[in-house]
Design a protein around this ligand. Sequence first.
Ligand SMILES: NC(=O)c1ccc[n+]([C@@H]2O[C@H](COP(=O)([O-])OP(=O)(O)OC[C@H]3O[C@@H](n4cnc5c(N)ncnc54)[C@H](OP(=O)(O)O)[C@@H]3O)[C@@H](O)[C@H]2O)c1
Length: 235
Amino acid sequence: MHILITGTSSGIGYGLGREFANQGATVWGISRRSAGDLEQKALYHHLQLDLTDYEKVRQNLPSFIKDAQAFDLVILNAGVLGEIKWMQELDVDEMKRVMEINVWANKVLLDLLFHHPGKIKQVIAMSTKASLRSSPGWGPYSVSKAALNMLMNVYANEHPKTHFNAFAPGLVDSEIQETIYQIKETEKYPTIKKLQQARYTETMPDPETAAPMLIKSMQKALDYDNGTFVDVREM
Ligand SMILES: NC(=O)c1ccc[n+]([C@@H]2O[C@H](COP(=O)([O-])OP(=O)(O)OC[C@H]3O[C@@H](n4cnc5c(N)ncnc54)[C@H](OP(=O)(O)O)[C@@H]3O)[C@@H](O)[C@H]2O)c1
C-alpha cells in the first residue's frame, strides 16, 4: 500500500505512520518537525514542511511523491486546536490561522494530488465530534472542522472515483490533549474538564495503541457514503 499522511511528527499521525510502516505499507509523511525514530524505517519517507506555506508545498510536494504511482490512502491529519476562548475574546486572525491548517492546507494538498498522474483510492480527513456540536471556547476548532467536513463532501462530489470521509478518531492522547490538560479555566469550559478526566484512562489510548483500531475503521469507512462524516465510536 502507498499512504500519504500529514502531521506525522506527533500524536495520531505518528502512531498511524508507525503502524502502517510496521504492516509493510510505504508511507510518505509531512510535518514541520522531524518524525523522530519513524524516519529510521526503510518504508517511511519524511518531508519537513509547513503545510500552510502553500508556495513551498507546490514547489516540494511533486518531487517528494514522485515514486508513488498511486495512493491507496491519503490521511489529512495535520491540525491545530487553536485558542480556547469565547468568540468575543478571539481575534479574527486566530480564526484565520486555524482555518489555514485545518481547512485550506488540505485544499492545496488535494488539488496538487489530483494533478498527480496516479489515482487516489481513499481520502480520510481527521475531524471531530466538535465539528457537529460545539461547546463554549471551542469556536476556532469547531468552525474549522465543520468546514473540513463540507470540504470532503465537495471533493467527493467532484471526484466520485475517490472515496472521501471526514473521520472522528475518538479520544487519543496527543500534544493537543496535553494542551487541553494544561487549561485551568475548567468552569468556563466544561468540555475541557471532561477531557482532562478522560486522560490516562482507557477511553483515551496513546497513538500507538489507537492506531490498529483507527486503521480498521478507515477500511470500514469505505462502506459509508462518499463525502460523509463518520465517527469511530459509531462504526
Ligand atoms: N487527539 C484527539 O483526541 C483528537 C480527537 C479528534 C480529532 N483529532 C484530530 O487529529 C489530528 C491530529 O491531532 P493530534 O491529536 O494527534 O495532535 P498533535 O499531536 O498536536 O498532532 C498534530 C500534527 O499536525 C502537524 N501540524 C500542525 N500544523 C502543521 C503545519 N502548519 N504544517 C505541517 N504539519 C502541521 C503537527 O506537526 P508539526 O508541529 O511538526 O508541524 C503534528 O504532527 C488533528 O487534525 C486533530 O484535530 C484529534
